[in-house]
Design a binder for this molecule. Structure first.
Ligand code: NAD
Length: 486
């Protein structure tokens, strides 16, 4: 196992049944900025996935129960350790992923909060007594329910938030008392392995946790279809989500999928504020964020002012090396992603779209791009671009813009800008998306809120308290009294 110049050396290339492993096959992790080797991890086989799942299932089904107070304390210790190791994690996230170092440090802070919030969910696991006395059939019975683990959670994560999205799976799964087998994204597995080591240091029982790096088509597919996996928690693209749902069959699933981030700027909006938020929301992490702003609908009378301000903000962004603290926009995850973004922009321009900023490429770097006059039906409008490209379009009536947004195939989050709260709330209530942010773009989230979308954007809700609910089930115990004391 080699780790190149990795800021952290993994104890092994995979982990299951309480032991760090060195699978025969290896997966190289490269820096998307320059292709340099960051490290190697295991490239697990379906046989190894089977071993990992069975190990965790054995611990959950036959092992000693893991008391709620111990779960809470282990997760509080994990949050404290992450705080201590924040620089190592920020460097790792930035090296193997796409985030400039400043954004990577922000992700670590988010993950500390996610883990702490998971620890605080102990009260959510309490149950209630049941009203057996309310019906004749219930007479002489006494009962209650508690919230019990679903069993083994198979967790699959994407590359764009290598730490916080892993924390969103492992924190709630462990707090709920489950065992969990994680398959991190093949591009960013080192952060997930470092986080596993941290959880073990914090006191998470080693046999309840496994990490099996590898390819989606082998490791991911073997994990979701495994008969001992009770629930699949998946975050990734819509097409992969379909494959995951087909492979999982009739299992409980939580699907956090893509979006195409819409923003509606009403005629009485603070245009400068909207423009700043659009630049931030469209180009953070080079647009590789499920909440990235991709389509901006603006009242026709404001379109020129908004475009000018967005272009000005975009041209002020620093595109460059991730290690440089001044960098705002780093690379895309690989050449194929840059090819896709470049191709979709070229298709729109060929059909008549106007480039107001960007549309320039160098290897995996694609410059923040602002398009206008994009013809309806262009791929940059209809599909999730997952790159630094925003399209700005005028609208004439609120009814028309609501209909257009609701007609999109995705429905994750949206933003509405207006100084008139009634007007903003009217739009917020009519949009078919998982959340609407007023005077923010949809690129805003706190880790405690119910998070997820409608249509192609997902099934169910994550967000720590809601994920704990999803990863536990009510379990009833009832007592039938046969005699009465004299
Ligand atoms: P992806 O769908 O290509 O991969 C996600 C994960 O699924 C990876 O670990 C991959 O190896 C695995 N996978 C691939 N094929 C599989 C299969 N057949 N069976 C099981 N697992 C398989 O996504 P990506 O490119 O890593 O990430 C980008 C996507 O993730 C975007 O669509 C983005 O919107 C979405 N995303 C959604 C959220 C959210 O919370 N809604 C958050 C972040 C990213």
């Amino acid at each position: 196992m080699s780790t190149g110049t990795s800021p952290w050396t993994p104890a092994g290339g995979a982990f299951w049944a309480g032991v760090w492993r060195a699978p025969d096959a290896e997966l190289e992790v490269v820096d998307p900025e320059n292709g340099s080797l960051v490290g190697t991890v295991g490239n697990c086989s379906s046989v190894e996935v089977d071993e990992a799942v069975r190990g965790v299932a054995q611990a959950v089904l036959a092992g000693p129960p893991w008391p709620v107070w111990q779960r809470r304390e282990a997760l509080h210790r994990a949050a404290a350790l992450l705080d201590e190791r924040r620089d190592v994690f920020a460097a790792l996230i930035s090296r193997e992923g796409c985030k400039p170092i400043r954004d990577a440090a922000r992700e670590v802070q988010r993950a500390i909060e996610t883990v702490r919030l998971s620890a605080e969910q102990a009260a959510r696991l309490e149950g209630e007594t049941l009203p057996f006395g309310n019906t004749p059939r219930g007479e002489n019975r006494l009962g209650w329910f508690t919230r019990e683990p679903v069993g083994v959670v198979g967790a699959i994560t994407p590359f764009n938030d290598p730490l916080n999205l892993v924390a969103h799976k492992l924190g709630p799964a462990l707090m709920g008392g489950n065992g969990v087998v994680l398959k991190p994204a093949e591009q960013t597995p080192l952060t997930a392995l470092a986080f596993t080591e941290l959880l073990l240091d914090a006191g998470v029982p080693a046999n309840r946790l496994a990490v099996v790096p590898g390819r989606g088509a082998t490791v991911g597919a073997a994990l979701v279809s495994h008969p001992r996996v009770d629930m699949v928690s998946f975050t990734g693209g819509h097409t992969t989500g379909n494959a995951v749902a087909a492979g999982a069959g009739a299992k409980k699933t939580l699907m956090e999928l893509g979006g195409n981030g819409t923003v509606v700027v009403l005629r009485d909006a603070d245009v400068r504020r909207a423009a700043e938020a659009v630049v931030d929301g469209a180009f953070g992490n080079a647009g590789q964020n499920c909440l990235s702003v991709q389509r901006v609908f603006v009242a026709r009378e404001l379109v020129h002012e908004l475009v000018d301000l967005v272009v000005e903000g975009t041209n002020n962004l620093v595109v460059g090396s991730k290690a440089d603290a001044r960098t705002d926009v780093g690379p895309l995850i690989d050449e194929a992603a840059a090819d896709r973004v470049e191709g979709w922009v070229a298709e729109a321009v060929e059909a008549g779209a106007e480039v107001n900023a960007g549309a320039k490429r160098d290897g995996t770097f694609y410059w923040p791009t602002v398009l206008t006059s994009v013809p309806a039906g262009s791929t940059v409008l209809t599909e999730e671009i997952f790159g630094p490209v925003v399209s700005i379009e005028p609208f004439d009536t609120v009814d028309a813009v609501v209909a257009e947004v609701n007609d999109l195939e995705y429905g994750l989050q949206a933003g509405v800008f207006s100084r008139d709260l009634d007007a903003a709330l009217d739009v917020a209530q009519r949009l078919r998306v998982g959340a609407v942010m007023v005077n923010d773009t949809g690129d805003f989230r706190i880790d405690a809120m119910p998070f997820g979308g409608s249509k192609r954007s997902g099934v169910g809700r994550e967000g720590v308290p809601f994920a704990v609910d999803a990863m536990t089930e009510p379990k009833i115990v009832a007592i039938h009294r046969t005699s009465r004391s004299a």
